[in-house]
Design a protein around this ligand. Structure first.
Ligand code: ZN
Ligand code: MN
Length: 444
């Protein structure tokens, strides 16, 4: 390829804390009646003082730990100043110089390492909706979302295709759900994607971060994995074609039109200095001791990848089964709980893995013990004792003397008829191969 894509991701994740980031209003806002969950703090009224949510801070540190980041010993909030109707204070409380976590990494399925530059904590804005009332175009503001905690994760520009970027955000969603810090639901907007895309001429060094182009295009408001892929592909093509024509590309923010499948220019990108960041004077800075950071790290649950590997070695199941069984924490926990119960009843992990992967029982509607009972019942129904099998086989031989006669005269194919008789008498509980062998023995 003549033009090499360089892609970085920025992901906002709404944390599912009980209360908002800096006040006691409920954090859950999806589908609530507009402007019923507000207070002077999240409405930005003069004199209201923010008090940080300790849970949100810790959860952001969880996310940092999950990506092998360094957790900051010193951290603080800053004001990011800009005007927009969904931002009543005229600034967003965010983190600039001292984010909670920095410099981690993530390794994709092909062993390629993607750098995580930083993870910081900030507050969400209100929600604008554009509509028509009495024939007039209006914009409504709902502040229920204003002040909801947001973790923002920024990667290095280490992706070189839309597929790589997609694989990452899918893994991120899975990790966030394992950590139980957000539902990371793209449709509800609790996980929002932005891609920074530029292209560079030719293959250069192995280090993708070297000689970056002097511009990048930020595509905002992408709300599905599929749209992420098509928005990035569209940009790569658009930018390559522009360079081909000898045009100069500029730093800008673009939106994505999912109906037309195209991106469109929104504004020439502002630089960090345009925001006039400065330390938030109403919130003291944080200092974390080594002990506290160690304690935070120790609270982390087992993550999908290590669970996947552990299932393979501990339960001797295939990588593909292990991947399916660790897709959600619920399924993985259910599987392990069922193994415990199953071991008492002689049901093997392999049998359980097989049942869960292939029969896909609705685990939200049953307990692991109930699944074991179902498997057990099915097995018992399917089993027939050797004595019973012999009894039924002899019976079939007696009742079909003519068939037995022709078998003894060399017509071996009639054996299948006798097998069929046994199957019918046992209502299908006999094993056909075993029955055929037994019949042969009895007739010899
Ligand atoms: Zn509030
Ligand atoms: Mn942000």
């Amino acid at each position: 390829m003549k033009y090499q894509p360089i892609i970085g991701m920025e992901v906002h994740i709404e944390l599912r804390t009980k209360t908002k980031m800096f006040c006691a209003c409920p954090g859950f806002h999806f589908g609530t009646k507009p402007n019923t969950q507000t207070c002077p703090v999240c409405l930005g009224l003069p004199g209201a003082l923010p008090v940080p949510n300790a849970q949100a801070v810790e959860w952001t540190q969880f996310l940092g730990t999950a990506f092998g980041c360094t957790l900051a010993k010193f951290s603080r909030f800053d004001r990011k100043n800009y005007f927009y109707p969904d931002l009543p204070k005229g600034y967003q409380i965010s983190q600039y110089e001292y984010p909670l976590a920095t410099y981690g990494s993530w390794t994709n399925g092909e062993g390629k390492k993607i750098g995580i530059r930083r993870i910081h904590l900030e507050e969400d804005t209100g929600k604008l909706s554009h509509t028509t009332i009495n024939g007039e175009r209006v914009t409504l503001v709902d502040f229920n979302r204003s002040g909801v905690p947001l973790a923002e994760l920024v990667t290095e520009p280490d992706f070189s295709s839309s597929a790589e970027a997609k694989e990452f955000v899918q893994a991120l969603q899975q990790i966030v759900r394992y950590l139980e810090i957000s539902d990371a639901d793209m449709e509800k907007g609790s996980m929002r994607l932005e891609a920074n895309i530029s292209v560079r001429v030719g293959q250069t060094t192995n280090d993708i971060r070297q000689k970056l182009p002097d511009y990048r295009v930020e595509v905002k408001n992408i709300n599905s994995f599929r749209f992420l892929e098509s928005a990035i592909n569209y940009e790569i093509e658009r930018q390559s074609e522009a360079l081909e024509r000898g045009e100069k590309l500029v730093q800008e923010t673009r939106g994505y039109n999912e109906v037309k499948g195209i991106t469109f220019s929104q504004r020439q990108k502002e630089e960090a200095h345009d925001y006039r960041y400065f330390p938030e004077p109403d919130i003291p800075s944080f200092e974390f001791s080594d002990e506290i950071l160690k304690e935070i790290k120790s609270k982390l649950p087992e993550l999908p990848e290590s669970k996947r590997k552990r299932f393979e070695t501990e339960y001797k199941i295939s990588p593909s089964y292990s991947k399916i069984l660790t897709e959600t924490r619920e399924l993985a926990d259910f599987f392990e709980e069922a193994i415990k119960v199953g071991s008492v009843h002689g049901i093997s992990p392999a049998k359980l893995a097989n049942t869960l992967v292939n029969k896909k029982p609705n685990i939200s509607k049953m307990l692991p013990a109930e699944l074991i009972k179902l498997i057990k019942n099915a097995e018992e129904k399917g089993q027939i004792s050797d004595e019973e099998l012999e009894k039924v086989s002899l019976q079939s031989i007696e009742e079909n003397s003519d068939v037995v006669e022709s078998y003894k005269n060399g017509k071996e194919s009639v054996l299948q008829f006798l097998v069929g008789q046994v199957m019918r008498k046992t209502k299908g509980r006999a094993d056909p191969t075993k029955t055929a062998e037994l019949l042969k023995k009895l007739l010899s």
